[in-house]
Design a protein around this ligand. Structure first.
Ligand SMILES: [Zn+2]
Length: 271
């Protein structure tokens, strides 16, 4: 099995931000004697420097977020988040088979625990599974402590160990939000943080045609694409598979193949 490592990225921006956050109160203390408003400036700036890379998905300031992969062929990496789902996973796997496509499923640990047979099914049909936290705390992950981040990653990883030769290599943060503690926790576990080149916005969009159109419009060789499963399973169970079907047929029409890149191919720049 290939073990090309994730390319190491410099983390100077993160170091600068951390240094500034420590220096800012001293600067404010020094400036307060001359002008109160001027003294507030470094405090304000330090908050911006902490919040911007946390809340802007794919921002690289706290560490590398993979947004594409190196290839000179018409290939893309299709990623499917939030499963496994009894309503969708098998239907999605059938579609992938039909189009001879491979995908990575970023699964939620708690759902993998509930439906272990679906995780086995994903792997046995030649796809990959990756870590999308244990409980998918989309509202709170962005301010989680290092301990909680580690727990979310480890509990999910424990459930996904498909075999000693296939530990998950990739992690995606819930809704793409990650704070300054996420990068060190991932680095310690040799996991790459994966963002995206283009997402279909299928969790908010109502029309599968529009989801697929949005993806196909911005698809380039080496692009990372995001779709979801397990959403609107009761009200509109056809929605997620239909988004996938339209995307796969559009990609095939445009001559793209869906492949799973090796960690060594991943790049933080957009495709
Ligand atoms: Zn998600």
């Amino acid at each position: 099995m290939e073990t090309a490592p994730i390319p190491n990225q410099p983390r100077w921006a993160r170091r600068f931000i951390l240094a500034f956050v420590f220096i800012a109160p001293c600067l404010a203390f020094y400036l307060v004697r001359t002008n109160l408003f001027l003294a507030l400036a470094p405090i304000f700036l330090s908050h911006v420097l902490l919040l911007y890379p946390t809340l802007v998905a794919n921002c690289q300031w706290f560490g590398p977020v993979m947004r594409s992969f190196e290839t000179d062929k018409p290939e893309v990496w299709l990623t499917i988040d939030d499963g496994p789902s009894p309503a969708h996973t098998v239907a999605m796997l059938d579609l992938l088979d039909r189009f001879n496509a491979r995908a990575t499923f970023f699964v939620i640990g708690r759902r993998a625990e509930q439906y272990p047979h679906l995780v086995t099914e994903i792997l046995s049909r030649g796809h990959e599974i990756a870590n999308h936290t244990y409980s998918h705390p989309s509202g709170t992950f962005w301010f989680a402590s290092p301990r909680r981040i580690g727990l979310e990653i480890d509990l999910c990883a424990e459930l996904l160990r498909g075999g000693p030769d296939r530990p998950p290599r990739f992690f995606r943060a819930p809704v793409g939000l990650k704070n300054l503690f996420v990068d060190p926790e991932l680095e310690r576990r040799s996991l790459a943080l994966v963002g995206w080149t283009v997402r279909g916005l299928d969790t908010v969009q109502r029309d599968p045609e529009q989801v697929a159109r949005r993806i196909l419009r911005d698809t380039k060789p080496g692009a990372i694409l995001v779709l979801h499963e397990g959403h609107r399973a009761a009200k509109n169970p056809e929605f997620n598979p239909r988004c996938l079907e339209l995307t796969l047929s559009g990609l095939a029409e445009n001559g793209y193949r869906c492949v799973i890149p090796q960690p060594g191919q991943l790049r933080p720049r957009a495709a």
